[in-house]
Design a protein around this ligand. Structure first.
Ligand code: GRF
Length: 203
């Protein structure tokens, strides 16, 4: 059975683009919808170009009514008959009620080697800690922020002179490799972790 994938974004949507482009041929899933919480997200135009339906659920319209926002988000996902949800640079914290509803069907990519550096400013925190390595993680979404079973990680060395920007730039292509690789396995009910890169990875 082909899995129907919805992708939630807030920004540029480069991970969304990588996911959409990967779902072709024998891939066990297909993209059905891109949802943004921000009407100005650059990823919306990308989704249109890719021929994937897009929808905005503007969180600002709901003020502090998190439940109302999530009810609408859920309605949109149900209407699209999404089987799986990929958070791809989606910058809203979801309530336990929502994560519970999608438990085992929702993935996230986070730009750190979890469990290190949950939350924001991960590149800066890794450099300031003097870490030799940095990376990204794809995990199942649970009620706790940037937590949940790890499905894959990609690593890269932190080089002398790296800034949060240079590190983020070198990491992004690895995110684009890791997330599609994990989704392909996940959609085929394979939970074997995907491990990319390592100390031998210098480029
Ligand atoms: C990525 O670095 C992702 O890991 C983080 O936000 C960034 C989103 O980039 N959570 P994009 O919108 O996929 O281009």
């Amino acid at each position: 059975m082909t899995r129907r994938v919805a992708i939630l974004i807030s920004g540029g949507g480069s991970n969304m683009e990588a996911l959409v482009n990967s779902m072709t041929g024998s891939h066990p899933a297909r993209p059905v919808l891109v949802v943004s919480n921000d009407p100005l997200a650059g990823g919306l135009a990308k989704a249109r170009k890719l021929g994937v339906g897009s929808f905005v659920v503007d969180h600002r319209a709901y003020g502090s009514d998190r439940i109302g926002f999530e009810m609408e988000l859920n309605r949109v996902l149900q209407t699209a008959k999404a089987d799986l949800v990929c958070l791809a640079g989606f910058m809203r914290i979801l309530t336990p009620a929502f994560t519970q509803r999608w438990a085992g069907r929702m993935l996230n990519i986070h730009p750190s080697l979890l469990p290190k550096y949950r939350g924001l400013h991960t590149h800066k925190r890794a450099i300031e800690a003097g870490d030799a390595e940095h990376g990204c993680t794809v995990h199942e979404v649970t009620a706790d922020l940037d937590d949940g079973p790890i499905l894959g990680q990609a690593r890269l060395p932190i080089l002398p002179g790296d800034t949060p920007d240079t590190l983020a730039k070198r990491l992004l292509p690895l995110e684009h490799e890791l997330y599609p690789a994990v989704l392909r396995r996940y959609a085929a009910d394979d939970r074997t972790p995907v491990l990319l890169g390592g100390s031998d990875l210098t480029s």
